[in-house]
Design a protein around this ligand. Sequence first.
Ligand SMILES: Cc1ncc(COP(=O)(O)O)c(C=O)c1O
Length: 380
Amino acid sequence: MIPFIDLNAQQKLIRNKIDKRINQVLDHGQYILGPEVKELEDKLSSFTGSKYVLCCSSGTDALLLSLLGLKIKPGEGVIVPAFTFASSAEVMPLLGAIPIFVDVKRDTFNIDPSKLSSALTTAKDIGISVKGIMPVGLFGQPAEMDLINAFAKNNNLWVLDDAAQSFGGMHKDKIVGNLSEVAATSFFPAKPLGCYGDGGAVFTNDKEIYEIANSSHVHGMGKKKYEYDRIGMNARMSTIQAAILLEKLEIFPEELQKRQIVADKYNKNLNNLNLGIELPKINKNFKSSWAQYTILLPEKINRDKLQEYLKSKNIPTAVYYPIPLNEHRPYNKYPVSQSGLDVTYYLSRSVLSLPMHPYLKDDDIIYISENINNFFKTLR
Ligand SMILES: Cc1ncc(COP(=O)(O)O)c(C=O)c1O
């Protein structure tokens, strides 16, 4: 089977360095809040240009800590796309807040800025005070932050970027982590920058947001040990994960370039086939971290059958996401913007993600494209 994501190829390259880093942690024994965590925070701060970085236990906890930093209160609303992973919306109800679902754009899979106004009106009509917007950089491309930030400013809202998938992406000269008031990313192993367990980080230039998130990630600690300022959680990053990430961060820029080359090759091959497949569009002035390479299949194609066919040829595929979030039982009571979710429903039926990682070989990309072509030919 061609790997969907090949963590082994990467590990082979840096295994010695990772072993050395892990051994250093075993030697000093500070498994929690050890020096590697601070070192990683400093390096991530230089990498993104974000003044404050807080490493934590997962991408979901990074979102939760960001919301705590933004002082969200029960009953308040946050506008979030319906076409995303559960974490983006689950953190609101965990704090008693309300996700308001809005549609995304067909070509970028990201929140549609032209529909924010309708989402806001929907919430107002039912008496919900909206405090913020949570765009998601789905599959690696950041959302259209200029438009979203401008809308937020005009309406006195904050913007929390769910950058779990888009870490490493860019908008103009700014790197993800630094495109809005606060951003949260995930270091889940399969993410563009992943560790060997769970991990995440919060990025902000706002001291107060950072301080609240920092305190909250260690039980709401105050200035002194065993002195508490607030209700918090246990959301620290393990030192060993920080040690692993430090080595992975070294090769991350090069890996991002390699992912771009893989995406370009897919685009070229699939485009040449003229099958009516819609390819992922990267907006001008944006760079994707290519967490996923996701195509849109023509309506006539049976996605299950295509997946089965490709699997029989040792090509794994995935559907992110087959069901809009608002359709799931825990979420179906939350408001949906009056502008509807037509694109979300369409994408749920049509998306297909192909193998994507920096070490995907040219021959594999050709083989995958050829087999997609062969399946389409069987239908003619
Ligand atoms: C869009 C999005 N948000 C949040 C998360 C949560 O990250 P984690 O799995 O590290 O909690 C993920 C991870 O899968 C994600 O894809």
